[in-house]
Structures are given as structure tokens and as C-alpha cells.
Write a protein that binds this ligand. Structure first.
Ligand SMILES: CSC[C@@H](O)[C@@H](O)C(=O)COP(=O)(O)O
Length: 352
């Protein structure tokens, strides 16, 4: 996004509130909204007004800051308890993207260190801002590493939105694309629409077109056919959580990984270290299921009979053996991942 634009989600010091771009309104309307309570924030997250794993991490940390600055508690123990409960409430809004809990826990840990309520409030706000600032550096660093995977002239397929709108700015998968373009490479992007909420057509196409990056929208179901026709050179997507054995990302990612392997096309994931959850395996993760209305309705228009059963998983898991590389801010990880993940564990520990 142009440098002059507000960040996707930011702390507004003057009002002690969170401001964010409402992603449900794009591309039709661009509006900056404000949250003054954790209830507002929880609603914005559930409705996907704020979405994308790194942006959820920032919003989570800022949610803790919001609960802290708005608290009227004067006793430190009571205050810490109240803020911790607000953090747990926010964590429950979206269970799959690990960054949400990661951002909340970072700010909560700061509150636990404070010797007074005032100090805790200041520490929570400072930590939330630090999470946001680090995200920008992370995306730019990751983008630089990932850009080296791109040929000078290539067509890349992406799914969902792992762009500026999913982070503070720049993006993860789209950050890699932006960095490759900035390095002078000729990159064409194929954006899958990403049914049912259309993060690809609404957000990825909007972001890239505004940056003057060549983007073509396709239905999700065209991807394998375009691979077969030799129209795709590589695939790059973001991630909501990376466990010991799988990458969780927007529903539909797995089918692209299977098709890419079948056609001998590299399948890459771009994600910050904060998205890794290496103490867990795929089977332990809750995959968010969303409401039937997202599939059965398109605005006012009914798309399915009233009584039809609907299964609406928001994410899927791609086994690591289908992933050719994972681009992070500490470098590009390649199989065997058991070995390259040892490096990431160290990264996670050093952040604690
Ligand atoms: C850098 S964002 C990575 C992922 O969070 C993204 O690909 C994704 O699946 C987002 O899902 P969403 O349901 O829109 O929050």
C-alpha cells in the first residue's frame, strides 16, 4: 500500500484506542474504524474486519493494551486478573491463527512484570507498539529472502490475502512478491478468489492493483488447470500456524499444494517465526468452522436451499512434505524440516 496510508491496525495514543482498516468493506469502500473496548475488538476480529495472522497478532497485543488502559482497577492483582481475562476472551475469537494468542501473551507477560497499575498500562501499550513495529521489519526481511526464490520473469499463484492488509504493512507472501518487484523482477500474479469470503478477489487484487503489480483474478477451481497449461511457475501463500508436521492456511491451500506437486511446480509458504507452533502436531489444532450464511448467502441473495447441511472450515492443513520451502525473517527453511526447525525453536525461545 502507498506509504502515506494508515497501517492496517494501529494504536492511537491520543484516544487510547485501536484504529484499523475495515477489510469487510474493501474493495468497495475504504474506511478506517476505531475500537474503544475489547468487545468491539472481538467483534471486529470475528467479522474479519481485522484478519490475517500477523495483523491478528498486532490486534491481540493492542487488545491487551486497550483492556489495560480502559481498566478502572487500582489494585494491581485485580487489574492483572481483569486484563488476563480480557486476553482469554480475545483468544477465543479465532482459534487457528496462532499469532493472535502469541500477540496477546506477549502483552500479558509485560503486565505481569509491572510493579504498579500505571506501569503495567505503559508496558502493555509499549509492547503492543513493539509487536506492530517488529512486524513491519519482519515482513521486509522475509520479503528480501523470499524474492531470491523468484526467477527474473515469472508468474506466481497466491491464495487468500497474505498482504499488507494481513500484517502491519508489506505482507508475507505478498511481501515476497513486493520485494521481488522492488528488486526489478518481472512478476505476474494469479490471485485465487478464495471462496467463500473472497479475500483474494477483494483484498489481494485491490492491494496489488493499487501498487501497479500485474494481477489476474481466477476462480479457485481454475488453479490446477492453469498449472497443467504451464501458466504458473510457482505458488506462494501465507500461514496461520505451522506445526511440526503441517502448515495451516486458508481453506483451499492444500488443494493448490497437491496440484503444484503433481505438476512439478514449487510450493512455498511465507510466514514469520511468530506463526510457528512447533510444540504441536496437526491433529492437536482446532480448525475454525464458520457460519452457514457465508456459503448459503451472497449478501441478500440465497445460494443454497434453507435446509441443506453446510460444512464451512475456514482453514486447511498442508502436510510439510508438499512444501518446498518456508520463507521466514531468519532465512529460507528447506526440508528436512525436522532439522531446519531446530533453528526456529531457538528463535521462539529467544523471544520469550
Ligand atoms: C499473512 S496472512 C496469512 C494467513 O493468515 C492468510 O493466508 C489467511 O489464511 C487468512 O485467513 P483469514 O480468515 O482471512 O484471517
Amino acid at each position: 500500500m502507498p506509504e502515506s496510508e494508515p497501517y492496517t491496525v494501529a494504536w492511537e495514543a491520543e484516544t487510547g484506542s485501536i484504529v484499523y482498516i475495515d477489510q469487510t468493506l474493501l474493495p468497495g469502500r475504504y474506511e478506517v474504524m476505531r475500537c474503544t473496548t475489547t468487545t468491539d475488538l472481538a467483534r471486529a476480529i470475528r467479522r474479519l474486519e481485522i484478519r490475517g495472522a500477523p495483523a491478528l497478532g498486532i490486534a491481540g497485543a493492542m487488545g491487551v493494551a486497550l483492556a489495560a488502559v480502559r481498566s478502572t482497577a487500582t489494585d494491581l492483582d485485580r487489574f492483572q486478573d481483569e486484563v488476563r481475562r480480557a486476553g482469554d476472551f480475545l483468544k477465543s475469537t479465532r482459534p487457528t491463527a496462532v499469532n493472535l494468542a502469541w500477540g496477546i501473551d506477549r502483552a500479558i507477560r509485560k503486565i505481569a512484570m509491572a510493579a504498579s497499575v500505571d506501569e503495567a498500562k505503559a508496558l502493555a501499550v509499549a509492547e503492543a507498539n513493539a509487536v506492530a513495529e517488529e512486524d513491519e521489519l519482519t515482513c521486509r526481511r522475509l520479503g528480501g529472502f523470499g524474492a531470491e526464490l523468484f526467477a527474473d520473469d515469472c508468474t506466481v499463484l497466491t491464495h487468500c490475502n497474505a498482504g499488507a492488509l494481513a500484517c502491519r504493512c508489506w505482507g508475507t507472501a505478498l511481501g515476497v512478491i513486493r520485494s521481488a518487484v522492488a528488486a526489478g523482477k518481472n512478476v505476474r500474479v494469479i490471485s485465487c478468489e478464495t471462496r467463500p469470503l473472497n479475500q483474494g478477489s477483494r483484498l489481494t487484487c485491490w492491494e496489488l492493483a493499487r501498487d501497479g503489480i500485474d494481477v489476474t483474478l481466477i476462480p479457485d477451481s481454475s488453479a490446477a488447470y492453469l498449472m497443467r497449461k504451464g501458466k504458473i511457475d510457482l505458488v506462494i501463500v501465507g500461514a496461520d500456524r505451522i506445526t511440526q508436521d503441517a502448515v495451516f492456511n486458508k481453506i483451499g491451500t492444500y488443494m493448490h499444494a497437491v496440484a503444484a506437486r503433481h505438476h512439478g511446480i514449487p510450493f512455498y509458504v511465507a510466514a514469520p517465526v511468530s506463526t510457528f507452533d512447533l510444540s504441536r502436531r496437526e491433529a492437536e489444532i482446532t480448525v475454525e468452522e464458520r457460519g452457514r450464511e457465508e456459503l448459503a448467502w451472497c449478501g441478500e441473495r440465497k445460494l443454497a436451499p434453507d435446509d441443506v447441511k453446510v460444512l464451512n472450515y475456514a482453514f486447511d492443513a498442508t502436510p510439510l512434505d508438499l512444501v518446498d520451502a518456508i520463507v521466514t525473517e531468519v532465512g529460507v527453511l528447506r526440508p528436512p524440516y525436522a532439522a531446519s526447525f531446530r533453528f526456529i525453536r531457538t528463535g521462539e525461545e529467544s523471544r520469550r
